[in-house]
Write a protein that binds this ligand. Structure first.
Ligand code: G3P
Ligand code: MG
Length: 346
């Protein structure tokens, strides 16, 4: 019948669309869930007029713990099942680097959680800045070193080790120590601590940052808070001031193209899992709060972009971002964005 044909068409359209959600400022404020985020996930997980799953992935510049730990935390906050197979955090694509580097300094995040992250990615010899501080506390005159750090640090003889790369996975919790040890490794000879390179560039080990956001949305009442991009700029400025040369570095995360191509692959295999179809949906909607990462990245990659008012973006009612306008529109919350997209496609 006509009704059946119509619903068949709608089901096909629902499988031909997908959402990529930013987390901070869209679904959560730090560890507080945004109510509309919960509502949206429930709807996409099948609580809708068609009773089918509309595919979505989470694409965040956050990081600092394993994908498994973060998905479990988010599932609790948002009261929805969240699989690691639909989840990309800033450092997820950096696992490919474990093929090239064995001994890595890994920085950022709470406690020593990034150690486990790097080990699950396959890095053989993972060093945390606090391991180095436990070996020689004089290395960081203004650093913080707690009893808990002492219990978890793995001091070794770092004078004998050759580092292959520096990986910044998340926000520093001890800027003094991270700045100092990163600078030590950038300025030493071929990744060997306590040495000093004659030429700052020739044998310098590479440095990678998991994302470039300057600010992010938290539960703070005032303007958005500084994040990893601000830390990177400080490293770049210190290196330039000390050597006279620009620091060459690699940045992952949104809005870098590599992150979006990675997201396509994840979405494709997620489609296979939930709908048994090995096909990338044609109409992808990025829902984000940061014009400088979510929106510019989505626009460049040919996705539909929706900017929400629950995070970094602070424009007035009726305004879009002037530099990187969202091409599908600006919405009060993630719920309005998702319902508008569904209305357009189905
Ligand atoms: O540190 C920035 C990061 O937390 C932003 O996360 O989810 O807004 O991309 P998200
Ligand atoms: Mg955000």
């Amino acid at each position: 019948s006509q009704v059946q044909d119509m619903s068949k068409e709608k089901v096909a359209a629902a499988k031909n669309m997908a959402f990529a959600f930013d987390i901070d400022g869209v679904l959560c404020h730090g560890t507080e869930p945004i109510e509309e985020g919960k509502k949206v996930l429930k709807m996409l997980n099948g609580d809708n007029e068609l009773g089918i799953k509309i595919p979505y992935i989470l694409l965040t510049n956050g990081g600092g713990k394993t994908e498994e730990a973060r998905c479990a935390q988010l599932a609790g906050l948002l009261e929805a099942p969240i699989s690691t197979d639909q989840f990309i955090q800033s450092h997820t694509p950096m696992q490919a680097l474990s093929e090239y580097y064995e001994t890595v300094l890994v920085c950022g995040g709470e406690d020593f959680k990034v150690r486990e992250v790097a080990e699950t990615y396959g890095f053989k010899n993972v060093v945390h800045p606090k391991d180095i501080m436990a070996w020689d506390p004089t290395i960081s005159p203004w650093g913080i070193f707690s009893e808990k750090d002492r219990a978890n640090a793995k001091p070794r003889d770092f004078s004998k080790m050759k580092f292959d790369a520096i990986l910044v996975f998340a926000d520093s919790r001890d800027y003094a120590t991270d700045f100092q040890i990163i600078m030590d490794l950038l300025l030493c000879e071929d990744g060997k601590l306590l040495t000093k390179a004659k030429d700052p560039v020739a044998n310098r080990i590479p440095i990678y940052f998991s994302q470039g956001d300057l600010v992010f949305a938290t539960n703070h009442k005032g303007p958005a808070r500084l994040t990893q991009g601000a830390f990177r700029i400080a490293i770049e400025a210190q290196y330039k001031a000390l050597t006279g040369v620009e620091l060459e570095r690699v940045v992952y995360g949104k809005p870098e193209r590599a992150t979006y191509t990675y997201a396509d692959e994840v979405l494709k295999s997620w489609m296979e899992q939930i709908h048994n179809e090995n096909k990338l949906p044609e109409n992808i909607y990025m829902i984000g709060d940061n014009p400088q990462s979510d929106i510019i990245g989505g626009n460049m990659y040919g996705w539909n972009t929706c900017l929400v008012r629950t995070g970094v973006f602070q424009g007035k009612e009726g305004e879009n971002d002037s530099h990187n306008p969202a091409n599908f529109g600006v919405f009060d919350t993630v719920y309005e964005a998702v319902t508008a997209a569904i209305q357009k496609e189905l």
